[in-house]
Design a protein around this ligand. Structure first.
Ligand code: FE2
Ligand code: FE2
Length: 203
């Protein structure tokens, strides 16, 4: 074992199954310090949703869309966690356009309720209800979830906040306003590894 470039200890192994108990402790310490960076990582992803003027097809870029969604949620009485969910619901776009809702949901999952996780995971599908005139004649893709206990919360999120938030004239709050919310929610103790793995058994 030796000191790493940043002064941290370095493990002895080159393959995991040769790791020692001391190696495990070194990694655990590193893991703990990395977890404190969750808010920074999420804010960094959020800022990647900025687009130069004229680059994106919407009248506001996805960064402003996210701020506006959070602003509407906050002004509508959403609590701290749901406001953060509104702010970060599209961060998956920064790495995967094809399945952004799933990526966003999994990033936030350790810090948010089951309801809010379900909401973020399904918001992309629920948003198809609002694809303008074309959606009037399309099948309602939310139908399989009409009886789901989280349907109403997800419908409200999309109807009142998400699909509404493409307006350049709306009085959108700045990121400075929401940053303390993000740091608060993402500083929570995360689910244990076993809890996350246990969740696989219920799928
Ligand atoms: Fe989205
Ligand atoms: Fe959105």
């Amino acid at each position: 074992m030796q000191d790493g470039v940043a002064g941290s200890k370095t493990v002895s192994f080159t393959r995991m199954d040769l790791g020692t108990r001391e190696d495990r402790d070194i990694i655990a310490t590193f893991h703990e310090s990395e977890l404190t960076l969750a808010a920074e990582h999420c804010l960094s992803l959020l800022k990647k949703l900025r687009s130069p003027p004229g680059r994106a097809p919407w009248r506001v870029d996805r960064f402003t869309h996210s701020l506006q969604t959070a602003t509407r949620a906050f002004r509508d009485g959403a609590d701290e966690e749901l406001t953060v969910v509104a702010l970060l619901h599209d961060i998956g776009d920064a790495v995967s356009l094809e399945n952004h809702a799933f990526v966003s949901a999994e990033i936030l999952r350790p810090y948010i309720s089951d309801r809010n996780y379900w909401l973020v995971r399904h918001h992309g599908l629920f948003q198809t209800r609002y694809y303008g005139k074309a959606a009037i004649h399309a099948e309602d893709r939310r139908a399989p979830f009409f009886d789901h206990p989280y349907f109403a919360a997800t419908e409200k999120f999309c109807r009142d906040w998400d699909q509404m938030s493409f307006d350049p004239d709306y009085d959108t709050l700045s990121l400075d306003f929401f940053e303390p919310f993000v740091r608060s929610v993402l500083a929570r103790p995360v689910y244990s590894e076993s809890a996350l793995f246990d969740s696989l058994h219920s799928e």
